[in-house]
Design a protein around this ligand. Structure first.
Ligand SMILES: Nc1ncnc2c1ncn2[C@@H]1O[C@H](COP(=O)(O)OP(=O)(O)OP(=O)(O)O)[C@@H](O)[C@H]1O
Ligand SMILES: [Mg+2]
Length: 521
């Protein structure tokens, strides 16, 4: 499927030359007093993967939504194939061949995969009558392209994992045979394997002459799959560079206006006071895990998907039953059965799946940020409101949250800033042991540094931190030690300052871990 349709004239176009497929000029978008986009221009060519980068709140999603008709712009002049067009709603966009895969997925949870793909899809409506069989038939080719062919198209979407839902959203966009596809942080919830598959799909789209506008915070992705990169800052256009003629340092300067120290390493604050000790722990997802974390120490958990990194957090937080082994916390036996018990003992968990964890989208930033500390706030009257305000301001400052006001509803924040509210919510909780599952996912490069500083601050205050990250350099940057898990066992325990990515990867991927347990560093 998706053979190049005749009449495009882009069959041979691999690099931008000739006429852009889509041009945008003078795009502005105001939300009340908030200027999300201010006179932005952009050209996208057929057969190019065009990255859109910028800090959280820079306006990337807003631009994507305007192009796909999901948000009416305050001002915009658009052309497709050189002809002026007006895109007032998603149907206009679909007719013109523009579609978006949203950062916050917009699937109907209670409908099936096939229904989600077929409903509202003009290509489906033009060709088929509404029947479940026809929908499934229509959905199948796109599902197989994203690697979901083993799933029945009749599966309800709410029973899928976040990663699978992301793939369904991508399949839906592919099934529209769009000529311009906006990917808004599409890999943030995907496993490495699914990311590879998505990149293969994007490569094929490029060869078919499709224009991909690819929003991401991940530098490695940009240099791997993108041809050109456009940077926005504070709603304004900063510049466009061919990927081959730029580098990370230049892009960072364009995004945040100054350099970041990429060779920095967290200060060593580890004490010799053991805070957490895990001995031969066994749960549904862990076969035999032993590790120690001292007060003031930051320990990273590395490993492949399924190696058991998140499961350590689940056991610590009373979410998974403990089937064997012992834990000791601050010198006392520790065996939590519920998150409430874990929290009482001074354990905090920043979960990986922040969506399920539930921001209340229609409540304010302030209310959302203070939820985790409500029990510690006086529940009545002005004392509570004042404390709430102080707490939120503190979190906002620590994470450099960009919101119009603490009273702003969370749904009006950019995706990365929503993440910051959640992270802040957990950091507000005064705990002794913090388990952080991918704390910088979806946040921009400047805010990452802020979060590193927060982690360092926790360590300096004598807290113990266990963290999981999808990015190895980040673990080596933030941690004192890196414990590598492999199939539910500890495969290695490294001093982060004297370890390379290759060493970690070798132990993460080698078979038969747990039989040999090298202790390095
Ligand atoms: N519905 C809305 N109401 C008010 N303000 C909004 C709304 N949607 C977006 N904004 C504001 O517009 C600005 C740009 O947001 P946008 O979502 O485009 O950022 P982004 O570049 O995608 O950031 P991120 O990397 O965090 O996803 C932000 O300041 C955001 O708070
Ligand atoms: Mg966004």
């Amino acid at each position: 499927m998706n053979a190049p349709r005749p009449g495009h004239g882009y069959d041979e176009v691999m690099t931008p030359s000739g006429q852009p497929l889509l041009t945008a000029r003078g795009v502005s978008k105001h939300f009340g007093g908030v200027v999300a986009l201010d006179d932005v221009s952009l050209d996208v060519f057929g057969g190019e993967v065009h990255a859109l980068m910028g800090e959280n709140g820079a306006g990337k999603s807003t631009l994507g939504k305007v192009l796909a008709g999901a948000l009416p712009p305050t001002a915009a002049r658009l052309t497709i194939d050189g002809k002026p067009v007006s895109i007032r709603n998603p149907l206009d966009a679909q007719r013109l061949g523009v579609t978006i895969i949203f950062q916050e997925l917009d699937l109907f949870a209670h409908l099936s995969i096939a229904e989600n793909i077929a409903i509202g899809n003009l290509r489906y409506q033009e060709r088929f009558a509404v029947s479940y069989r026809a929908m499934a038939q229509f959905a199948r080719p796109a599902l197989s392209r994203v690697g979901l062919s083993e799933l029945s198209p009749h599966t309800p979407v709410h029973s899928l994992s976040v990663a699978q839902q992301q793939l369904v959203a991508i399949a839906r966009a592919l099934s529209m045979n769009a000529r311009v596809i906006v990917f808004d942080e599409s890999t943030s919830a995907l496993t490495d394997e699914a990311v590879e598959r998505l990149f293969a799909v994007i490569d094929q789209l490029r060869r078919d002459g499709v224009a991909c506008l690819y929003v991401t915070h991940k530098m490695d992705e940009v240099f791997r799959i993108c041809d050109r990169i456009t940077v926005l800052r504070d709603g304004r256009y900063v510049g466009t560079r061919p990927a081959k003629q730029t580098d990370m340092a230049e892009l960072v300067r364009m995004m945040i206006g100054h350099d970041v120290r990429s060779d920095a390493h967290a200060a060593a604050c580890a004490t010799d006071r053991p805070l957490l000790s895990i001995n031969n722990l066994r749960t549904a997802g862990l076969r035999d895990v032993s590790l120690q974390v001292a007060a003031g120490e930051v320990v990273g958990l590395a490993g492949l998907v399924g190696a058991g990194r998140g499961e350590v957090g689940r056991a610590l937080f009373g979410l998974d039953p403990i089937l064997g082994g012992q834990m000791t916390l601050k010198g006392q036996p520790y065996r939590p059965h519920t998150p409430r018990q874990a929290m009482k003992r001074g354990v905090a968990l920043l979960p990986r799946d922040r969506k399920a964890e539930g921001l209340m989208m229609q409540m304010s930033v302030r209310e959302n940020a203070s939820i985790a500390v409500l029990d510690s706030l006086n529940n009545l009257g002005w004392i509570r409101r004042r404390r709430e305000a102080q707490q939120t301001d503190h979190v906002g400052r620590q994470t450099r949250l960009k919101a119009a006001a603490p009273q702003a509803v969370v749904s009006s924040l950019s995706g990365g800033n929503q993440q910051k509210v959640l992270i802040g919510r957990w950091l507000l909780r005064e705990a002794d042991l913090y388990f952080l599952d991918d704390p910088t996912r979806g946040v921009d490069i400047g805010a990452k540094e802020d979060i590193y500083a927060i982690i360092e601050d926790l360590a300096r205050r004598g807290k113990a931190v266990l963290m999981v990250s999808s990015e190895l350099p980040e673990l080596l940057r933030c941690c004192d030690r890196v414990v590598v898990l492999n199939e539910g066992r500890v495969a290695a325990d490294f001093d982060a300052r004297r370890t390379t990515q290759e060493q970690v990867l070798t132990h993460a991927t080698s078979a038969a871990a747990g039989h040999a347990r090298p202790q390095a560093g």
